[in-house]
Design a protein around this ligand. Structure first.
Ligand SMILES: [Fe+2]
Length: 301
């Protein structure tokens, strides 16, 4: 089996999906809900299992670090994570094994690529819900080591600008790939990222009333469908040509860089993405998609 970056998943992190699953780690209880996305994750999990990775590497928009790129590098992290916006849905007890060697290698490579990067070695660090929801939905057994990367962005500061941010995460993706290849890891990269991201400011009562769940507006829905169709067709170059316009009009979390980072780590493959499912969470657009590189890696050797 080849090593290196073998696949990527677009894996959105609305806490609603995990809340709908009712895993024992979450204190909040639901009656289910958001099934279309949860069934999509079920199918993605089976494909992830077939890929047999050594490690999952995730970039999260909700671990925000205004100064530089930070990488989870504590071998074992245990604690409770609470979503600051939806504490009623997400209070999750986590127990995470980190591939600290790969984390340190990513920090080294990021530095060598000219980025400001730091290993996060504080054992009491509280892991964000973006990292946790994506990892839990794709691998609820938590039996694979992971590495988490922060989002070097801050919506209320002048810098980095969206353009600077995209350039930075492109380089971060290259550094991530270099570290994975140097250590010979068989890695799957995960973009913890929704698509269109305008959302309702009030929750239905109860929050899992699915008669109230729908896309916030038609503009966001149409942008999402356009981007999904391009990704399904493997038209990666066009996706990134459209990315600035998409980011401006649909306000997706792509401005935090996770999608660009993932595609850069995969070396912007023109492979058809597999769509597992698409749906709304409190109005935002969420697609679960997989990009399997194993055929192209074998063909390229
Ligand atoms: Fe988010």
């Amino acid at each position: 089996m080849p090593d290196g970056v073998i696949a990527g998943f677009l894996a959105p992190h609305a806490p609603h999906f995990l809340y709908g699953e009712n895993p024992p780690q979450n204190e909040a209880r639901s009656r289910g809900g958001w099934e279309v996305i949860r069934w999509a994750y079920e199918a993605a999990r089976a494909d992830l299992e077939r890929l047999r990775p050594d490690v999952l590497v995730v970039h999260s928009p909700h671990w925000i670090t205004p100064v530089g790129h930070h990488v989870l590098a504590v071998p074992h992290l245990r604690g409770k994570s609470v979503d600051p916006i939806f504490p009623n849905l997400f209070r999750y007890h986590y127990d995470i094994t980190v591939d600290a060697q790969l984390a340190e290698a990513i920090v080294e490579e990021a530095g060598a690529h000219g980025l400001l990067a730091r290993a996060m070695r504080n054992p009491a660090f509280r892991v964000d819900y973006g990292t946790i929801v994506t990892l839990h939905m794709l691998r609820p057994d938590w039996d694979l080591p992971v590495v988490g990367l922060s989002s070097h962005s801050w919506p209320y500061w002048d810098g980095p600008t969206p353009d600077e941010e995209i350039r930075e995460v492109d380089v971060l993706g290259k550094a991530t790939r270099a570290a994975i290849e140097r250590l010979g890891r068989r890695a799957v990269v995960l973009a913890s990222n929704s698509l269109s991201h305008r959302h309702f400011s009030e929750e239905p009562d109860p929050p899992d009333d699915m008669s109230q769940e729908h896309h916030y507006n038609d503009l966001g829905y149409r942008w999402d469908v356009r981007m999904i169709e391009l990704l399904r067709a493997g038209r990666t170059r066009e996706v990134f040509e459209l990315m600035p316009e998409f980011t401006r009009e649909a306000l997706p979390e792509t401005k935090s860089g996770s999608v660009t980072w993932m595609f850069s780590a995969m070396d912007y493959p023109e492979v058809p993405g597999k769509l597992y499912g698409y749906g709304a969470a409190i109005g935002t657009g969420n697609a679960v998609m997989g990009f399997d590189l194993t055929d192209s890696i074998v063909a390229g050797r």
